[in-house]
Write a protein that binds this ligand. Structure first.
Ligand SMILES: Nc1nc2c(ncn2[C@@H]2O[C@H](COP(=O)(O)OP(=O)(O)OP(=O)(O)O)[C@@H](O)[C@H]2O)c(=O)[nH]1
Ligand SMILES: [Mg+2]
Length: 324
């Protein structure tokens, strides 16, 4: 019989940056296996060094192509990068053009790059929880930059990129007249805006529209305030991609110099705790439902107890059972 390696045994190779162990531990985290929780706790203690970057944008805006070209720019500087792509489609399929396919092959051979795609289905107990566990694992494994790529639709996806130190919103020309980020409600979460596919003639209009839109809500400029840049990039031609790395470095420096990093880290941690707490409660409810519910139901149906009081009692009983 094939006995799986205990997650604890994966700890040392993960911390040493071994790709196979990293991939396996991420899979355990993704499955929500309780067996790996202790290991994840140790991972968390070792993490906290990477620059965590969220990249989002509407479908087809060019995120995956940008991320791959960005990964190469990072490698040219001798830094390492890991990517968690939360993608309904695999980052290794769909829409890849020739230059991009060559790029994928080069990346696949480079130990300084790790790309992991996470399906939106089949993750037990919350995509956001699993994605952030994966970020911890990659951070503890020593990658300098950890990128989370998500499609900018759906609350889960938006929550995930907001759990990054720096959030990049990608808009593309040719996907309609409006600024897509506004429609998707992700304009204001950007620390950096990227207009992709800058090799296209209509890219300038997207830059102008976006810049005007931002100017309307521009905060008072002082050295404490971050002014969100709009970068024009052609990932296809590797044009402007280094500029994204420069902007991200500047943003990270800004977070530290202004002290905003502690505010942001607290917000991210609080969000994560709440998210996991919700998951724990949901699991407990699922387990205890039938036992605790039956007795309560009889009383509610007889109108001896109202549904609100019943819900409070239900939670109290479930918690009692959990602490037994
Ligand atoms: N001309 C041009 N086309 C690009 C560029 N970057 C991406 N594309 C094309 O735009 C399409 C979408 O690119 P992807 O990188 O797959 O976009 P995505 O945002 O990851 O898409 P989803 O994963 O479906 O959300 C593909 O057909 C790419 O070839 C670019 O810099 N220039
Ligand atoms: Mg993609």
């Amino acid at each position: 019989m094939n006995v799986p390696t205990p997650s604890g045994d994966l700890l040392a190779p993960v911390l040493a940056g071994k790709a196979r162990a990293i991939a396996r531990l991420i899979s355990r985290a993704e499955m929500g296996s309780p067996e790996c929780l202790q290991t994840l706790a140790k991972i968390y203690r070792s993490a906290g060094h990477a620059h965590v970057i969220g990249i989002t944008g509407v479908p087809g805006s060019g995120k995956s192509t940008l991320v791959r070209s960005f990964a190469q720019a990072v490698r040219r500087e001798g830094r390492t990068i890991a990517v968690v792509a939360i993608d309904p489609s695999s980052p290794f399929s769909g829409g890849a053009i020739l230059g991009d396919r060559i790029r994928m092959l080069e990346i696949a051979r480079d130990p300084g790059v790790f790309i992991r795609s996470m399906a939106t289905r089949g993750v037990l107990g919350g995509l956001a929880r699993a994605a952030l566990d994966a970020v911890d694992i990659l951070d503890a494994a020593g990658f300098d930059l950890v990128v989370i790529e998500t499609v900018g639709v759906g609350q889960d996806e938006v929550d995930i990129v907001q759990a990054a130190h720096s959030t990049v919103v990608v808009s593309a020309p040719g996907l309609g007249d409006d600024v897509q980020a506004i429609k998707a409600g992700i304009l204001e979460i950007a620390d950096i805006h990227v207009v992709s596919k800058a090799d296209r003639a209509d890219a300038n209009k997207t830059v102008t529209d976006l810049t005007q839109m931002l100017a309307m809500g521009l905060p008072e400029i002082s050295d404490k305030v971050w002014v969100t840049p709009v970068l024009s990039i052609s990932a296809l031609n590797d044009d402007g991609v280094t500029g994204l790395l420069v902007s991200l470095d500047k943003h990270r420096a800004f977070l530290h110099e202004s002290g905003n990093i502690s505010k942001r880290s607290r917000r991210i941690a609080a969000h994560r705790i709440l998210m996991i707490a919700e998951e724990v409660i949901r699991e407990r409810l699922a387990v205890d439902q039938s036992q605790v519910m039956q007795a309560l139901l009889d009383r509610v149906l007889a109108r001896e107890v109202d549904p609100h009081s019943a819900a409070v009692e239900f939670l109290a009983r479930v918690n009692e059972n959990a602490s037994k």
